[in-house]
Design a protein around this ligand. Structure first.
Ligand SMILES: Cc1ncc(COP(=O)(O)O)c(C=O)c1O
Length: 370
């Protein structure tokens, strides 16, 4: 397969571990191995005695049991573990799509959600969010995009990069449209549990529709990106079986040490998510003040997650703006060109504890230059 560069990942590869002030990360503050092991009595001893062999290709039974607690209708056999969410996206696209198929993808999007389909030779129909109307989505447009060649609808809530959540009734309408047209619904839910108002939390798609897949990962809400543990939950057993056969050609199975730590973290996930939500909440207060008086940036306040997608109000492109910012202030924002989405927006991340320092560097830069 020939595939275009993943622009966001290349941008991070260049800067992430070099620059002093990372202000566009999409994950939350992480935890140490020690902190995870302390969550459960006896975990430390078990971890020290783990044998480093291969593990169950589907994901260890303990891990899958822990994952089921996040869903209402899902049991252990409905889960396939992957190495990160990224592998789940790659496997899904490869398993269901043939060249000439069509796929509808909410846009802007994390690039692999459409790029893998394009590399396979499919037509990607972008279902574009409206920046003039609170990043809304038009359901009529979704219906009109469906053709006899459509295989799947791909959605992502809470959304990267806007932090958008739709209403529960809109979410159900999307599921109804998928069901009426017998389409797969690939629901990227990697930022789930990070809603600022928990009553606005959407139900997992896999609980509502037999042909829906819910994508989850340890990286974002739990702050455990380094484990590289993700999963797909679906009641479509035939599809899950095909995904498992595909995985034999990518990673075969996960790291047993990572699966062990992910299991402990998921069995005790509430304090981890709460800690991250409280970092987000205090960072949001600072960002509210910042955007209240910002001259050259404006935002649509996100509703969930650790990221937002503000817009530049000046004529400079966001790429040039970010390049100058990183060069002169050591602060990294992510230009919307990395999302193949124009040149006016930047992604801002606020799930990390050191966000206030990065924000104050950005403020000084803006004071001196604009
Ligand atoms: C919406 C979305 N899906 C999937 C992923 C991939 O997650 P991971 O890096 O944990 O595989 C990301 C990472 O940024 C993401 O934002």
């Amino acid at each position: 397969m020939k595939i275009n560069d993943f622009l966001l990942e290349r941008y991070f590869a260049k800067y992430e571990f070099e620059i002093p002030h990372l202000l566009c990360a999409s994950d939350c503050e992480t935890f140490s191995i020690e902190e995870i092991l302390q969550l459960e009595e006896g975990a430390k001893e078990k971890f020290n005695n783990l044998k480093l062999g291969y593990t169950d290709s589907q994901g260890s039974p303990d891990l899958r049991a822990a994952i089921t607690s996040l869903y209402g209708t899902i049991s252990e056999e409905n889960i396939l573990a992957f190495s990160g969410a990224e592998e789940g996206i790659f496997a899904f696209m490869n398993v269901i799509l043939e060249p000439e198929d069509q796929i509808i993808v909410q846009y802007p999007a994390y690039q692999s959600l459409f790029e893998v389909a394009e590399a396979i030779g499919c037509e990607v129909k972008k279902w574009t969010m409206d920046p003039e109307d609170n990043w809304s989505l038009n359901l009529e447009e979704l219906k009109d995009s469906i053709t006899p060649k459509t295989k799947a609808i791909v959605i992502n809530f809470p959304h990267n990069p806007t932090g958008k959540l739709i209403s529960k009734s809109e979410f159900r309408s999307i599921l109804d449209i998928a069901r009426e047209n017998n389409l797969y619904l690939f629901s990227d839910e990697v930022y789930r549990l990070l809603e600022y108002d928990s009553t606005a939390r959407l139900p997992p798609a896999c609980d509502l529709y037999e042909k829906a897949l819910s994508l989850g990962v340890m990286s974002k809400s739990y702050g455990l990106a380094g484990l590289r543990i993700g999963w797909i939950a679906t009641r479509d057993q035939a599809l899950l079986d095909k995904l498992a056969r595909f995985k034999d050609y990518t990673t075969i199975c996960n790291s047993i040490a990572s699966e062990f730590l992910a299991t402990i973290a998921l069995r005790n996930y509430q304090p981890l998510v709460q800690r991250n939500l409280s970092i987000i909440s205090s960072n949001l207060q600072l960002l509210d003040e910042f955007f209240d008086s910002a001259q050259i940036l404006e935002w649509i306040r996100p509703q969930a997650g650790p990221i937002a997608f503000p817009r530049l109000k000046i004529s400079v492109s966001s790429k040039d703006f970010c390049t100058d910012l990183v060069k002169n202030a050591g602060v990294l924002l992510l230009p919307s060109s990395a999302f193949l989405y124009g040149d006016k927006h930047v992604r801002l991340g606020f799930g990390r504890q050191n966000m206030p320092q990065a924000l104050s560097q950005l403020k000084s830069y803006l004071k001196n230059t604009h």
